[in-house]
Design a protein around this ligand. Structure first.
Ligand code: FMN
Length: 422
């Protein structure tokens, strides 16, 4: 028998992945975007943001880390505490963030987003803008204003400027957020995009905005900088963006030179991305069947599959079935920031204790959509854990779920619960 000094990979998650544009990732685990809500009131980087990122970089073990969504236009913000990229304004802060986020030898990509009609009333300075003046069906939704042609061009430009700023600050790539009902996903959906110009109507028209963002970013960052995208398998709403359309969009993105597609699904109207029901949560790998279909049209472009992964068996299974090249981890890294390192050494990360599902469901159902509230509470509870770590403490898997409700009300007012605002 011959011996070798290089340790042979014994699991699939520990294999290296060589991306197009020459950058290799240490392994197949990726931290998915988790909105940190830790910027100052101008959307600038803070010490707390740098601290949580240093911890994820040094402890998580993941080869690729993706930041929480960063806003490309300070007038439209998804939630209080989002970082806003304004070229030339906070270069030092962004550099500090990128350096801390790579301290552990991983790569870090910045996720770029515009909330569209999911803009937060308390954090944004203006009425939300969207493809069409149609309010969403989710807690706190406001009726947006339809974007003008000039606003569409300016928004595409702001994605490109933000990507160039991220590159200059030391981020290794960017991911465009085209999922979860935010602006790009609003353009894709026939429910939220009812424009009668060349940005709406047919699928070719509805995907024009996403493709324009990709090509503007590519022109701004050059040929050797990775650009990925997070795409919904479907919105899971009747008459909305569905799997067949998503496959066609993915094929067009491949044609446009995208370097990575992350698969997710759902919106805040139907938050399947966080497996709003206990039965979905038990299933793991929520979008694996779709990812397997997607493979047939995406060729060599790597796929990242995010949503529901908890056990090493499910992760190895998804890689072995060739459903994806990268396994995305979100909430697990809020509760166990070293989750990837543990998984790579064959151990299981700790999971939350108890259920986020609200009590008094029939009563709450009279005034609000219980599934939406469950999803919102689940996200808020995990945000609370991020904020504990940012303050230098450890996560608390036993944290009572009702405290997440208290934080949501403090941060967003009663609008966090009510069905719709005008
Ligand atoms: C606290 C929190 C914040 C999130 N923020 C973002 C975000 O900024 N951008 C994004 O694409 N997804 C975001 N997500 C969704 C996650 O990236 C991921 O798709 C989802 O949590 C499912 O993966 P998981 O089962 O591993 O948690 C967030 C989820 C949580 C819980």
């Amino acid at each position: 028998m011959t011996s070798t000094t290089a340790k042979a990979a014994t699991t699939l998650i520990e294999q290296e992945l060589v991306l197009a544009r020459g950058r290799a990732l240490n392994n197949r685990l990726a931290k998915a975007a988790l909105s940190e809500a830790l910027a100052d009131d101008q959307g600038r980087v803070t010490d707390k943001l740098v601290r949580i990122w240093q911890r994820w970089s040094e402890d998580s073990g993941c080869g690729l880390l993706i930041t929480g969504n960063v806003m490309v236009d300070g007038d439209y913000v998804a939630e209080p505490g989002n970082v806003v990229v304004v070229p030339g304004r906070d270069d030092e802060g962004l550099r500090r963030w990128a350096a801390a986020a790579k301290a552990g030898g991983n790569q870090v990509w910045m996720q770029l987003n515009h909330p569209g009609r999911q803009g937060n009333a308390l954090a944004s300075r203006t009425r939300p803008i969207a493809p069409s003046a149609i309010a969403g069906n989710f807690p706190g939704a406001m009726r947006p204003r339809a974007m003008s042609e000039a606003e569409i061009s300016a928004t595409i430009w702001s994605f490109a400027q933000a990507a160039a700023t991220a590159r200059d600050a030391g981020f290794d790539g960017v991911e465009i957020h085209a999922a979860h009902g935010y602006l790009i996903s609003q353009f894709l959906s026939p429910l939220s995009n009812q424009r009668d110009d060349h940005w709406g109507g047919t699928l070719d028209n509805r995907m024009r905005f996403a493709l324009a963002v990709v090509s503007a970013i590519r022109a701004a960052v050059g040929d050797d900088f990775p650009v990925g995208i997070k795409l919904n398998s479907a919105d899971f709403q009747r008459g909305g963006f569905d799997e067949d359309e998503s496959m066609l969009v993915a094929a067009a993105l491949v044609g446009a030179g995208i370097d990575l597609i992350e698969v997710s699904g759902g919106t805040y109207a139907n938050p399947v991305m966080v497996g709003a029901s206990a039965s979905t949560q038990a299933r793991e790998a929520y979008f694996q069947r779709y990812a397997e279909r997607l493979r047939t049209v995406t060729g060599d472009v790597p796929l990242m599959l995010t949503g529901g992964f908890r056990t090493i068996e499910a992760m190895e299974g998804a890689l072995a079935d060739d459903a994806c090249d990268l396994v995305g981890l979100g909430r697990t890294l809020c509760v166990t920031p070293s989750a990837g390192a543990l998984l790579l050494s064959g151990q299981s990360p700790e999971q939350p204790v108890g259920s986020h599902e609200l009590g008094l469901r029939p009563l709450i159902g009279l005034v609000a959509d219980v599934r939406q509230l469950d999803g919102m509470l689940d996200v808020q509870w995990h945000t609370d854990q991020i904020h504990r770590m940012a303050a230098g403490r450890n996560p608390d898997p036993h944290r009572p779920w009702y405290l997440a409700l208290a934080t949501a009300l403090r941060r967003n007012g009663l609008g966090a619960l009510t069905r719709r605002r005008r």
